[in-house]
Design a protein around this ligand. Sequence first.
Ligand SMILES: [Zn+2]
Length: 299
Amino acid sequence: MKQLYGRIGVLLLLLCVMHIQVLHAQPSKKKFSVLIIDGQNNHGNWPQTTQLMKGYLEETGLFTVDIATTPGEKQDMSGFTPEFKKYNAVVLNYNGDVWPPATQAAFESFVEQGGGVVSVHAADNAFPEWKAYNTMIGIGGWGNRSEKDGPYIYYDAGNKLVKDHTPGIGGSHGKFHAFQVKTRNRKHPIMKGVPEVWMHNKDELYDRLRGPAENMEVLATAYSAKEQSGTGRDEPMMMIIQYGKGRIFHTTLGHANESQQCAGFITFLQRGTEWVCSGKVTQKIPADFPSENEVSLRK
Ligand SMILES: [Zn+2]
């Protein structure tokens, strides 16, 4: 009897070891497929930021990344018809001419049906006349945006989220400078484990953004100091928006190459993209994440 138990024990142990080996031997999980769109931008460094972001996403091991580049300004756009449906998410590094109606419709249906979107910096300047797009990004700036497009969104001195319908321009920024970013929802998967306040490398601190702001939550803000020609209020830096079944992560950060080389920018690009793909974030906060008062760059 004893011997039998012993043999069963050995057998169970063997099964365990085999199981563990099988788990380890499993081919790595299927990666999320991401499409970066670029091709026109008032930021001439767009070819470089596309490559930076492609690298940041790929180095996580979570994503495969394709790039779709539109024709240049005022060129024939009719052939720009990316197959959005092939992808889990689209990263927008684009601020230029309107897409053909069929491409706009395909993009709307992609997001409605659950496709993810990441809007980076000047992508929230794009398409001021495209209603669905502005609903997806929540708030935007420039392109004659004004009170007709929705309220200003910011936090007041009492840390209360304000929807301000005051008439005026949408979108401006003060001096290019390093500034602190403040987490507003530390429980959200994208923000979990992040310090409450961290120092972002030099960037444009967007202010006075306005838009429909429907189904939108502000995840982080930055104080737009009057000494830096800002607004004197806490302006939204990162947001999430729900559009149909689709999730959108909107970061206003990322003007210059050095803005995108900030370990904070990189961390949220990676985490935000995973979240729009799956609703989850499995990545750890990196050891070089910026501290409250010091920037952290990856060159
Ligand atoms: Zn910029």
